[in-house]
Design a protein around this ligand. Sequence first.
Ligand code: NAD
Ligand code: UGA
Length: 480
Amino acid sequence: MVKICCIGAGYVGGPTMAVISLKCPNIQVAVVDISTARINAWNSDTLPIYEPGLDEVVKKCRGKNLSFSTDVEKHVAESDIVFVSVNTPTKTQGLGAGKAADLTYWESAARMIADVAKSNKIVVEKSTVPVKTAEAIEKILTHNSKGINFSILSNPEFLAEGTAISDLLNPDRVLIGGRETPEGKKAIEALRDVYAHWVPVDRILCTNLWSAELSKLAANAFLAQRISSVNAMSALCEATGADVSQVAHAVGKDTRIGPKFLNASVGFGGSCFQKDILNLVYICECNGLPEVATYWKQVIKVNDYQKTRFVNRIVSSMFNTVSGKKIAVLGFAFKKDTGDTRETPAIDVCKGLIGDKAKLSIYDPQVNQDQIQRDLSMKKFDWDHPVHLQPMSPTSVKDVSVVWDAYTATKDAHGICILTEWDEFKNLDYQKIFNDMQKPAFVFDGRNVVDAEKLRKIGFIVYSIGKPLDDWLKDMPAVA
Ligand code: NAD
Ligand code: UGA
């Protein structure tokens, strides 16, 4: 029986391996991690991540051909294929700080594989890594190999959170990069056989190592660039009276452009877009391509601009100060259907409002108080390190309360900001909310989820990203 081990039981390692075990009953899959808490959660009824459909898959396979363990070395030693799906955060110190990928966790995993291996192995890069990482990993493995053969493959993951299980069950493509040697080709075949259990072969793309590594960074950069493009348009729409949803619809009808990923928002978040683009920028700089680096850097700059613009809209609309005012924040996760808050735009928006001395009352159906306090007090990029390496007890941020429903959050508030597009925010009883708020009552919709006209009829002053402005907002600049 083929044995697979995955190092890193996170958002990628857990769901990916669960689906492999579901679709390949003849393969034994072990997911290992240094975090005991995470592994305990994977073995419990409350999984460590919220992802629609994940519970069912894990319950079906756990105890059969899927296991979760902290015994990293044992499972690595026993396996034929080792996936490495550890974090690859942005470096915070030293050469490339603030841009380059920190490969500490990857390197330590590679050294451990070399240490414990007693038989030939295929080592698969599942984490997103800088192009040419496989070369470095290969060196670590071969210099420590004791005669064992390691074949390195790049098999980047394209799942999105919130839809991870359906993305994994029905991927647009699976990408496998390998060396163009006989051993490299054999390794590609072995991994292709795993995916071929459920993915049509014409969707399994095989390339050289560097193309696979770079395609992952390129795909995230292209996706984020679409969002920054539509968000840049949203600012122009507000200035001209155009409606960004209508513009996006008209633009997206062109089959060469397509309709997806054109929703204007308060800004993109998530653990990867910013990290991967910064990494791309750094690689371009290192390769003597400053113009290319500047081009991609602009995607991040527009994203930061969009978040600042949103905060400025709130403050300028509310008589140029939110000091002492209660602002209800609806949604904190970086998108709906996930409890993940990594790089969520809510962090920057909340910090901006706190900077102007607002009192925040935050509600998100999947994010708890501890996480929100941690996010608001943590330094940039600290979040992407394993929990045991993060600051121990973050000081709780004053003037922030976290509540468990939207009505409590909005009671007596002066304004509401919607920062995540949770479906429940569409159908709240806005008349009741209006009755219980201070007047004038404001709604700042950072995700275009509410029916602005309906809310205006109730009496709200509404700001929707990229939509024709309320008279109230017209003469109040969003850019300082
Ligand atoms: P994560 O932080 O959720 O999980 C990583 C896990 O690796 C952690 O549980 C950590 O404890 C563990 N780990 C770190 N070093 C280890 C070691 N030496 N031995 C054993 N375990 C170790 O991260 P994630 O979101 O799953 O992302 C992992 C990689 O996949 C990143 O490179 C990311 O860019 C990429 N990726 C993420 C997504 C996503 O949606 N989150 C999608 C595609 C690709
Ligand atoms: C993204 C990619 O979609 C995945 O293909 C990739 O594997 C993953 O990053 C990764 O490498 O980590 P994810 O970040 O989970 O997935 O979620 P997305 O659906 O891409 O959303 C990212 C952010 O963009 C969210 O904050 C979302 O609200 C925002 N977004 C998305 C918009 O503002 N507008 C859109 O039209 C789409």
